[in-house]
Design a protein around this ligand. Structure first.
Ligand SMILES: [Zn+2]
Length: 190
């Protein structure tokens, strides 16, 4: 099942997408923080380990199942706060800001996967529902699972496709957002 199985966007694209989309509301900006954010965006694909112990792809606990769900993103964000932000008083506005950041970073993973053109869909509502979802528009070439297949010819094609369908639009989005912020700052000063 593992060899030749498909169902990822690459970890790099997950990290890049998450940081480009919600990096603007990051509660901290040191390297340790960015590693945690990038790791959170890539984490849901740890579920491919399930293939090794025989969990079927289509199971709630299979690839693109529970770890790609909104419930998982919510729980993981809570765990990050518990682990890394112990000193932030619980349920205060700054606590919720950090929670929202890590929720969005982790949930963006499933959103990106639901934009890929292969594998099974994303179990956004696991563990309550086993239904898998794709968006109606799936511009991202699905990536083979596993490092060995990833660094093959298909992997290279996937990377170049991701550069065009994920990195460039997000870089454009980021530039536009920076420009709007810059102009808005000027406008307010004037
Ligand atoms: Zn995934």
């Amino acid at each position: 099942m593992v060899a030749g199985a498909r169902g990822m966007a690459s970890a790099f694209s997950h990290a890049f997408a998450a940081v480009a989309l919600v990096g603007g509301i990051a509660p901290r900006r040191d390297w340790r923080f960015w590693v945690l954010a990038a790791g959170s965006a890539a984490l849901p694909d740890a579920d491919v380990l399930g293939f090794a112990v025989g969990i079927p792809y289509e199971s709630i606990w299979g690839h693109r199942g529970f770890t790609h769900s909104l419930v998982f993103a919510a729980l993981w964000a809570g765990l990050v706060l518990f682990w890394e932000f112990r000193n932030t008083p619980r349920f205060t506005p700054s606590w919720w800001r950090i929670w929202t950041f890590f929720f969005l970073v982790t949930a963006s993973h499933g959103v990106l996967d639901a934009l890929t053109n292969g594998g099974l869909g994303v179990g956004f509502f696991a563990p309550f529902s086993a239904t898998r979802y794709f968006f109606p528009w799936t511009p991202i070439e699905v990536s083979p699972i596993g490092l060995r297949s990833f660094f093959s010819e298909t992997g290279m094609r996937v990377i170049s496709n991701e550069v065009v369908s994920v990195w460039l639009p997000l870089a454009g989005f980021w530039l536009l957002a920076s420009l709007v912020r810059l102009l808005w700052g000027r406008f307010r000063k004037a």
